[in-house]
Design a protein around this ligand. Structure first.
Ligand SMILES: [Mn+2]
Length: 429
């Protein structure tokens, strides 16, 4: 299976290592003046991992069109191969999140064997009851887990139970549930009854959850339903998660909120009540745009990590969110976007580690708004690129991941063995 050779990465790294050593040592000296040990921060950066969504490896599209790239993966095995390249370059994406039935295979042990060989693990299996599959008995046109028809709800429940089984075969430990259920017209749906039916269905799935598994609920304000959705916001989400039990938590997709919503505060609330299950990272300008993480609002992403690192520093009980990218790459090579985005999320994490928390708490207690804000800005404004590059280098990744990937000619090579199917190999969730 085509991969970028370790020796090639090392060869490329040799061209950059002298400059990196100089930049790293300069930054180390600068940080030491603030009492920060660069080695401690670099070790933390090396440990940071974020999962890649299997569906993100194919070129995305809009409801108008999709412009396919060359050498797109045609099945989960080829998607996995691309995920390995992303991890080989970035050294911070060692797990993959699959989507079913899109990633269904006859033999899950074969898939597990391939992921093991590539050094990748599986996290968060995703169910799909927002579109109809061929031969399906009941349609999801008017909803799935909250449908007015009991047989349709039962079909959606059984699909989720199947997805748990697939996940168990792959060694995953959580199920992410997002439903497109909702309404397009005022009056179309009885809000309370729809939510009651949803909860009743989710309780049946929760009851079958393996003991060491978690279930994550993803909320989304609109689309495909444009008037109301059953799990519209973090309020409905946490209410459902509280109703279901301790193994059920909320998942925050950055693009699934109204514009200008204070997402970092939502994150804080979820942490406080032990309900933060994980993230789908992406960026957005208008809605669920699924743009590359950190491409538009790096400060917002940093403020979210400020909350996460704060919880980590306080050793908040039950705090172990799963990090994942969830993006749609319409005009870029998905491998490049995913490498870049993983590093941008890692960058926010590293910057948040540099915040002087004692000083910040002091300013908060003294109600010194300017100094508190400046304390955050001080960490955000620092260029931590040498730390990220050194973390990658030490973990066997590429100092310059995009340049190394392009230099390898991987996409052109796989294009030969992956003729276009003409079909859409990716989804937008
Ligand atoms: Mn998502």
């Amino acid at each position: 299976m085509q991969r970028i050779e370790k020796s090639f990465i090392e060869e490329q790294n040799q061209r950059h290592i002298d400059d990196l050593n100089k930049d790293f040592s300069y930054l180390g000296e600068k940080l030491s003046r603030s009492g920060i040990d660069i080695e401690t921060v670099t070790a933390a950066a090396e440990k940071f991992q974020i999962a890649v969504p299997s569906w993100g490896t194919g070129t995305g599209g809009t409801r108008f069109a999709r412009f396919a790239g060359i050498g797109e993966p045609r099945n989960i095995f080829e998607k996995l191969q691309d995920c390995a390249v992303i991890n080989d370059m970035s050294a911070c994406t060692d797990s993959v999140s699959p989507h079913f039935p899109w990633d269904c295979v006859d033999d899950f042990s074969e898939l597990k064997q391939q992921s093991d060989e590539l050094g990748l693990s599986w996290i968060a299996v995703n169910s799909n009851t927002f579109q109809d599959q061929q031969g399906q008995a009941h349609s999801y046109k008017y909803g799935s887990l909250s449908h007015t028809d009991a047989a349709t709800r039962q079909q959606a429940i059984e699909h989720n139970l199947d997805v748990i089984k697939y996940g168990q075969a792959l060694g995953a430990k959580s199920l992410t549930v997002w439903v497109g259920d909702g309404s397009n017209h005022p009056g179309q749906q009885h809000f309370q009854r729809a939510f009651e039916r949803y909860l009743e269905s989710m309780k049946k799935i929760y009851a079958e959850l393996p003991s060491d598994w978690e279930m994550h609920i993803e909320h989304k304000m609109f689309e495909p339903a444009f008037y109301s959705t059953v799990i519209q916001d973090w309020g409905s989400n946490i209410l459902a998660a509280m109703e279901l039990g301790p193994k059920c938590k909320s998942l925050v997709d950055l693009g699934h909120h109204a514009p200008n919503v204070n997402i970092e505060m939502i994150v804080s609330r979820l942490i406080q009540f032990k309900k933060l299950g994980g993230f789908h990272f992406n960026d957005s300008k208008y809605g669920d745009d699924d743009l590359d993480s950190g491409s538009l609002h790096p400060y917002q992403q940093f403020l979210i990590f400020n909350e996460l690192v704060d919880a980590e520093a306080r050793q908040q009980e039950g705090f172990a969110p799963a990090y994942m990218l969830d993006q749609s790459h319409n005009v870029t090579d998905p491998i490049e976007s995913l490498i870049n985005s993983a590093a941008e999320v890692q960058r926010s994490y590293v910057k948040a580690l540099l915040i002087d928390r004692d000083a910040l708490y002091g300013h908060q207690t003294a109600n010194d708004a300017i100094m508190a804000s400046n304390e955050l800005k001080k960490a955000f404004n620092l260029d931590v690129s040498p730390i990220l590059a050194m973390a990658r280098y030490r973990a066997g990744g590429a100092i310059e991941p995009i340049a190394t990937y392009r230099q390898s000619g991987y996409r052109q090579l796989v294009a030969k063995s992956r003729p276009s199917t003409g079909g859409n190999t990716s989804g937008i969730v």
